[in-house]
Ligand binder design. Structure first.
Ligand code: GRF
Length: 217
């Protein structure tokens, strides 16, 4: 199972995936990390883990249109022949040509319980709306923004004293738990898409097993 991870920023979800792979529990191999931003901390994390860290540039260079990014993205993805593409804080919207070429083989993680609060600033919007429970969602990517079939979700309670930073932190802890789990389910052929619904066959563990030294230490 070949996985390409696409990133733009910090890369904490990438790190959770790298750690799971290094611990031998992901059931998949991360073959490359692609970033649209040269300074992304995620690229550094990839290099530290010994993974090819690739900077995506539009095709032709300098063309900032969606089509130019889509061409570059498709070319680079095809080069790595991924079975699964994992968006981990990737900030660009993939166009229909990319989505169609990798239908139900692109996953994203979003910091809300979709369909509530799609798009950017999901945590800020959840706070502003006054919800008492929010969370995160792993879903397959379709042509819309955060609209694709839902794979896994985790709920996070909003506390009275929460601000955007504190709530984001707790949501991300859940992301780091369920994203590797979703990749593992996919890698084990446990996910089946039926229209909007993703059927998860068999029992779903709470989390992937922790690396042995974490259990011992
Ligand atoms: C995550 O919170 C995810 O929900 C959103 O972007 C953030 C990426 O964080 N799509 P990181 O780069 O994985 O640390």
């Amino acid at each position: 199972m070949r996985v390409v991870v696409m990133v733009s920023g910090e890369g904490s979800n990438l790190q959770a995936l790298l750690d799971a792979e290094a611990a031998g529990v992901l059931g998949a191999r991360i073959v490359a990390v692609l970033s649209d931003r040269p300074g992304a901390r995620a690229l550094e994390r990839a290099r530290t883990a010994g993974k090819p860290a690739v900077l995506l540039e539009p095709d032709p260079p300098g063309d900032t249109g969606r089509a130019a990014w889509d061409r570059a993205t498709l070319r680079e993805l095809d080069r790595w022949r991924p079975d699964l593409v994992v968006l981990a804080g990737y900030m660009r919207i993939l166009g229909p040509s990319v989505v169609a070429a990798y239908r139900h083989r692109i996953m994203n993680v979003h910091p809300s319980l979709l369909p509530a609060f799609p798009g950017r600033h999901a945590v800020r919007q959840a706070l502003a709306h006054g919800v008492k429970v929010t969370g995160c969602t792993v879903h397959f990517v379709d042509e819309g923004v955060d609209t694709g079939p839902i794979i896994l979700q985790a709920a996070v309670e909003v506390r009275e004293e929460d601000d955007e930073a504190s709530l984001t932190r707790r949501i991300q802890q859940e992301e780091h738990r369920i994203y590797p789990l979703a990749v593992w389910l996919f890698a084990n052929g446990r996910l089946e898409v039926e229209g909007r619904r993703v059927r998860v066959r068999g029992p779903v563990p709470e989390r992937l097993p922790a690396p042995v030294d974490e259990i011992v230490g």
